[in-house]
Design a protein around this ligand. Structure first.
Ligand code: BES
Ligand code: MN
Ligand code: ZN
Length: 434
């Protein structure tokens, strides 16, 4: 390589040229990032960012390069007393474009990608924080910090507000906990005044013991991630505000703990939701849908363009789709298609599941308008069907992220999904190309 000014050259295999696509491009980026980390490189020029990836633009390539690098370099060591020496600091990465001038879209993608990565990191860190630190009050404080930093409007509803409104389902979940619940309303207005907002609703259970329907002990620590939906909403709000996206978005976060205790809800209790419908709580471990149904009813008052809820809702979704795709449910096919397109662009996969009325009968109750569980068959579908009963007046989609929000085992940790998807969705919705 005559005339090369670089001290070292890192060669990255790209595989068969005929098979070069999204996954191989991202794998190559990840391999490069991990090798640079291993070397402790302080700066690097990346010469693979302008390779042609089938169906993709240079702007997309740039976006992915930033995303994959930031993901690889993420660390969560604030709770370790012995921090590894920061030999791994990469101060600058240059993305080389060899053919002609850099299109404005690619420059713009850089800004969007950095803001998106900031949002993903926020969601990851909130997920990784332990449940004795990341409490409902902590999430509310994080939202306040975002509001201050990015000039967002914020309102926090307290327990007495929920009581006044009649949020009987949310209140039933928080009963067993010593910590006060919060309902966070965070508003970013980057779009035209008359443009209706996208409302994101995130499940914010900061720890899910199951309540009186107590979970088994094994891996129960992972239920600290049960606020990942909430984290992804804060992450997406941060991303959109950080890039000053021309959209109106509202983040709505019902957050509390699900604990057993003398004051906890019993299996068999019947409560009245904010919508007026009554629910027989047959299993206190199906708590996500209980806090979400009241938040979804509350979302109606914002007259949303669309509502998307994000929740680590069912173990059944992990069985159905594993850790690859989030489950997608929607009462509007156009909205589902938009989300699928955004997921494809963001490499943040979803797979659509049915919401057919046929499943609704599984929620039948002898004592109330509905039960909060539908039995073992199609567990993630009946959970979505439950939510559908509270969103009939709106264009609504539900993302079950139980399998995608975090990793178990040696690599245990939050993934920050689906912040990239939520951010991309909002940008696409107002006509921004990837
Ligand atoms: N937070 C859990 C869902 C979950 C379980 C996510 C395992 C990731 C891994 C949720 O609150 C829950 O407990 N759901 C129950 C519902 C059941 C009682 C109908 C479940 O999936 O077992
Ligand atoms: Mn549960
Ligand atoms: Zn839960």
């Amino acid at each position: 390589m005559p005339g090369l000014a670089a001290e070292r050259v890192l060669l990255v295999g790209l595989g068969e040229s005929g098979e070069f696509g999204d996954n191989t491009y991202r794998d190559a980026l990840r391999a490069a990032a991990n090798a640079l980390k291993e070397l402790g490189a302080a700066d690097a020029t990346l010469a693979i960012a302008d390779l042609k990836v089938a169906r993709r633009t240079l702007a997309w390539n740039v976006h992915q390069a930033v995303g994959v690098f930031r993901e690889a370099y993420y660390r969560f060591d604030r709770l370790k007393t012995q921090k590894k020496a920061p030999a791994h600091r990469l101060a600058a990465v240059t993305l080389a474009v060899t053919s002609g001038a850099v299109p404005a879209a690619a420059e713009h993608a850089l800004k969007e990608a950095v803001a998106t990565a900031d949002g993903v990191e926020l969601a990851r860190t909130l997920g990784n924080l332990p449940p004795n630190i990341c409490t409902p009050a902590y999430l509310a404080d994080e939202a306040k910090k975002l509001a201050r930093e990015f000039k967002l409007q914020i309102e926090i509803l307290e327990q007495r507000d929920m009581e006044k409104l009649g949020m009987g389902a949310l209140l039933a979940v928080t009963r067993g906990s010593r910590l006060p619940p919060k309902l966070i309303v965070l508003r970013y207005s980057g779009g035209a005044k008359k443009q209706k907002p996208i409302v994101y609703v995130g499940k914010g259970i900061t720890f899910d013991t199951g309540g009186i329907s107590l979970k088994p002990a094994g891996e129960m620590d992972e239920m600290k991630y049960d606020m990942s939906g909430a984290g992804s909403v804060l992450g997406a709000m941060r991303a959109l505000a950080g890039m000053r996206a021309p959209v109106n978005a509202i983040g709505l976060i019902p957050t509390c703990e699900n604990m057993p205790g003398g004051n906890a809800t019993r299996p068999g209790d019947v409560v009245t939701t904010l919508s007026g419908q009554t629910v027989e709580i047959l299993n206190t471990d199906a708590e996500g849908r209980l806090i979400l149904c009241d938040a979804l009813t509350y979302a109606e008052r914002f007259e949303p363009e669309v509502v998307i809820d994000i929740a680590t809702l069912t173990g059944a979704c992990v069985i159905a789709l594993g850790h690859v795709a989030s489950g997608l449910f929607a009462n509007d096919q156009k909205l589902a298609d938009e989300i699928k397109a955004a997921a494809d662009e963001a490499c943040d996969k979803v797979w659509q599941m049915p919401l057919w009325e046929d499943y609704q009968e599984q929620l039948r109750s002898n004592f109330a308008d509905m039960a909060n569980i539908g039995g073992r068959p199609a567990g993630s579908v009946t959970a979505a069907c439950y939510l559908a009963r509270f969103t009939r007046s709106m264009r609504w989609a539900h993302l079950d992220i139980a399998g995608t929000a975090w990793k178990s085992g040696r690599e245990k940790g939050s993934t920050g999904r689906p912040v990239a998807l939520l951010t991309r969705f909002a940008l696409r919705h107002v006509g921004r190309k990837a």
